[in-house]
Design a protein around this ligand. Sequence first.
Ligand code: JEE
Length: 247
Amino acid sequence: MRIDIITIFPDYFTPLDLSLIGKARRSGLIDVRLHDLRRWTYDRHHTVDDTPYGGGPGMVMKPEPWGEALDEITADADAGTPRLILPTPSGLPFTQQDAVRLAKEPWLIFACGRYEGIDARVAVDAAQRMPVEELSIGDYVLNGGEVATLVIVEAISRLLPGVLGNVESITQDSFAPGTMDNLVEGPVYTKPPVWRGHEVPPILLSGHHAAIDRWRRDEALRKTARNRPDLIRRLDPESLDKRDREV
Ligand SMILES: N#Cc1c(-c2ccc3ccn(Cc4ccc(CN5CCOCC5)cc4)c3c2)n[nH]c1N
C-alpha cells in the first residue's frame, strides 16, 4: 500500500518510523510519503491560509496549494487512482469496518487540514479525479488532521498482511466483524500469578480451554454492557446463546 500524507507539520509523522509500522515501511510493505504543503506556496512567507469568506473565527486553508499538491502527487499515473481521505470534525465516523475496507486500497492520500479547515472547493475539485472521503475519528475537537491521520493510518496498517506478527490478535480485536461479535475485549493478564496481592483469575491458569473461552466471552459481555451498552443493543439476538443471556 502507498500512503501519501500532505501536511504543514511533517514532523508530526515521525511516529510512523517506529515499531511495527516503521518495520513495515522498511520492509516495503507500506510506502509512506510525506509532503510539506508549503512546497506548493511561492510567496516569501509560504502562506497557506487566509480569512474566511462570509466572516467568522480563525483562518481557512487556501485552495491553490492543495490543488497543486494533489495534481503533482496524483500525476504518478503508474500508481493507479488514489482515494483521498480528508480528516475533519464534520466527517463520517471512522470505524473498524472502514479500516478493514480501506486496508484493501492500493493507494491512499491524506490531506491534513489546519486552522478552521480546508477551502471546500479542494474536495469538490479532487472528487472530479478520485474518490474523496471526509472522515472523523471522534466527537471531540482537535487542532488539525495530523493526529486523526496517524490514528487512521495505524488502524489500517495493522490489518495489512505481514505487519502484525500475530494475525490472531486482529481477529480477536474489539469491533472486528465476526469473531467477538463486536464486543469490547475483556481483561488480560500475564505473569506473575500474584502481583501486590492481586491474583490472576484461577480459570486462566486451569488449562481448560473451553472454560477459559467461556469466561473470556462472559467478561467481554460484562465489559461491553458496562462501557458500551450501544454495542449490546446492536448485537444480533441470534448471536447470543442461553449462557450469554445469563451474563
Ligand atoms: N478527523 C478529525 C477531527 C478533527 C479535525 C480534523 C481536521 C482538522 C483541520 C482543522 N481542524 C481544526 C478544526 C477545529 C474546529 C472546527 C470546527 N469549527 C469550524 C468553524 O466554525 C466553528 C466550528 C474545524 C476545524 C481539524 C480538526 N477534530 N476532531 C476530529 N475528530
